[in-house]
Design a protein around this ligand. Structure first.
Ligand SMILES: [Zn+2]
Length: 506
């Protein structure tokens, strides 16, 4: 062992660091503090994220025998350390990107101006197609003149830093080693999913796009997609003043205390500076978890609340005696899958009629729209992963990537994408793979719960305790596919998702 840092110290100080960062983030994003002061925390905990701590964990990883608990712990800690090292070295570029995003202004042909950060909301809200295309064209131009170079350098440097760890021949193989996830296998599954759902997609697209947007399928662009999925058609069925009480009622009906004996604190207060979208901040796992929201109602609001509640329940029902890495680190496909298990309740017919204002007559129309949206997002994410594997793989030249991006995303979603997003529409460190695995996992869990506890498992008082014990209580010590094998005896795949989408569209 080098220097004075021990594994115990790394774990205990690492945990304290995560708790302080999380508390700072919670206080700033909920409006309790004007800004997040992260730099002093980073300075105080420099010793858990420096060359020495990385070296300690790297040694541990190299000397542990594959398949042992030591190896698993070392992998989780190393993944964290590798990410922290890259974040530290790339901080100046991150700051540059944030400064650019905060100050950039987009000028429209009529001379009016929009803050860069508002463009996506403006595009979504534009019912006038000419206006949204004009905003998109102007945004694209501004991005090309600044942000693209910063983001591209970020990606190039991140690849270098990770490759320099010397874990594997290239970035993708190193990521597989660090994450324990079979990336190339997932990429191949994505390609198969795109092929298998191609004709279903084409038919659905031809039905929805002309009807909702009044344009021909051939002319649809990404800006049209953003407007299309703003979907306010059903908002009245999801009132803000009933969201918390109805969702809590449902969670209680499935046998789970929605506040986990008060460990989950619901922050619904109105205050200046509070973010409008719901979020979850685990400040001390499992004892102090904040679920922050401003219930304004509507479909998206309910969806986000359910999603964040899934995260909150996961954190609040973890076993506090577990090690730091099993509580705070690990495969985020796991926590995302529990969040998605909850937000996908909104695709359950019985759930909708019981807890929302949708009547039996409205539900079929709602579910068809949900199926179209689900298929679009899945196809988009599959295409993103396929593209990102090329981007990080290093075999395609950087100059060729924008064309590859447009071709891959456009052919999967039919909406025409723009070259300017090739280095911007990228989930850092393959978070897209975490989401895709979470999607697979939630659909498999939903089928497993249906088999065990019937169609309406979400109100079966036996289902909740099972979920708490078999899933939440295990923290994130297992990989998503290991949990799938343990509780359902199956491998993660797109098969249950295809079945679900066919049922929604059927
Ligand atoms: Zn999430």
């Amino acid at each position: 062992m080098k220097g004075g840092l021990s594994l115990d110290r790394l774990r205990s100080d690492g945990q304290r660091f995560m708790e302080e960062i999380s508390r700072e983030y919670y206080q700033a994003a909920s409006g309790l503090k004007p800004t997040a002061e992260l730099q002093p925390i980073y300075a105080r905990y420099k010793h858990v994220m420096d060359e020495e701590s990385l070296g300690l964990v790297l040694d541990m990883f190299r000397s542990a025998k594959a398949g042992t608990p030591e190896h698993r712990s070392a992998r989780l800690l190393l993944e964290w350390q590798a990410e922290a090292q890259s974040a530290r070295e790339l901080a100046p570029l991150d700051e540059q990107a944030i400064a650019w995003e905060n100050s950039a202004v987009v000028t429209l042909p009529d001379g009016s101006q929009i803050q860069y950060e508002e463009t996506s909301i403006e595009i979504g809200n534009s019912t006038d197609r000419a206006r949204r295309l004009a905003i998109e064209a102007a945004r694209s131009k501004v991005v090309e003149s600044g942000l693209v170079d910063i983001k591209r350098e970020h990606l190039q440097r991140e690849r270098e830093i990770t490759e320099n760890l010397g874990l594997a021949a290239d970035y993708n193989a190193a990521w597989e080693k660090l994450s324990g996830v079979a990336l190339i296998d997932l990429r191949d599954q994505c390609a198969r999913f795109l092929k298998d759902t191609e004709s279903m997609w084409r038919d659905t697209f031809r039905e929805f796009v002309p009807k909702v947007l009044g344009i021909t399928p051939e002319e649809a662009t990404r800006a049209d997609a953003i407007a299309l999925f703003r979907a306010r058609e059903f908002d009245a069925f999801f009132p803000g003043n009933e969201m918390e009480s109805q969702v809590h009622r449902q969670v209680r009906e499935m046998g789970i205390d929605p506040t986990a004996k008060g460990r989950i604190v619901l922050d619904t207060g109105e205050r200046p500076g509070k973010r409008s979208r719901a979020f979850c901040a685990p400040v001390r796992i499992p004892d102090e978890v904040y679920l922050v929201l401003r219930p304004h109602g509507g479909q998206t609001d309910w969806n986000t609340f359910l999603h964040e509640l899934g995260h909150a329940l996961h954190f609040a029902y973890m076993d506090g005696s577990d090690e730091f890495e099993d509580l705070w680190l690990g495969d985020n496909s796991v926590t995302e899958s529990y969040a998605m298990l909850f937000d996908h309740m909104m695709q359950q017919r019985g759930w909708l009629t019981r807890y929302t204002k949708l009547g039996a007559a409205d539900v079929p129309r709602f579910l068809r729209a949900a199926g179209f949206e689900e298929l679009q997002f899945l196809r988009r994410y599959c295409a993103k992963l396929i593209y990102e594997v090329e981007l990080y793989g290093g075999k395609t030249r950087w100059e060729s990537l924008p064309d590859l991006y447009v071709e891959t995303l456009t052919s999967a979603t039919t909406f025409r994408y723009s070259r300017s997003d090739a280095f911007i529409d990228v989930d850092p460190r393959y978070y897209s793979a975490r989401y895709l695995r979470a999607w697979q996992q939630q659909s498999l869990l939903s089928e497993t719960l249906t088999t065990r506890f019937d169609e309406d498992w979400w109100r079966n008082p036996k289902a909740g305790p099972w979920v708490v014990e078999q899933l939440f209580g295990e923290g994130q010590k297992e990989l998503a596919h290991e949990i799938a094998a343990r509780v359902s005896g199956k491998a993660l795949s797109f098969a249950p998702l295809v079945r679900k989408i066919e049922a929604l569209l059927g």
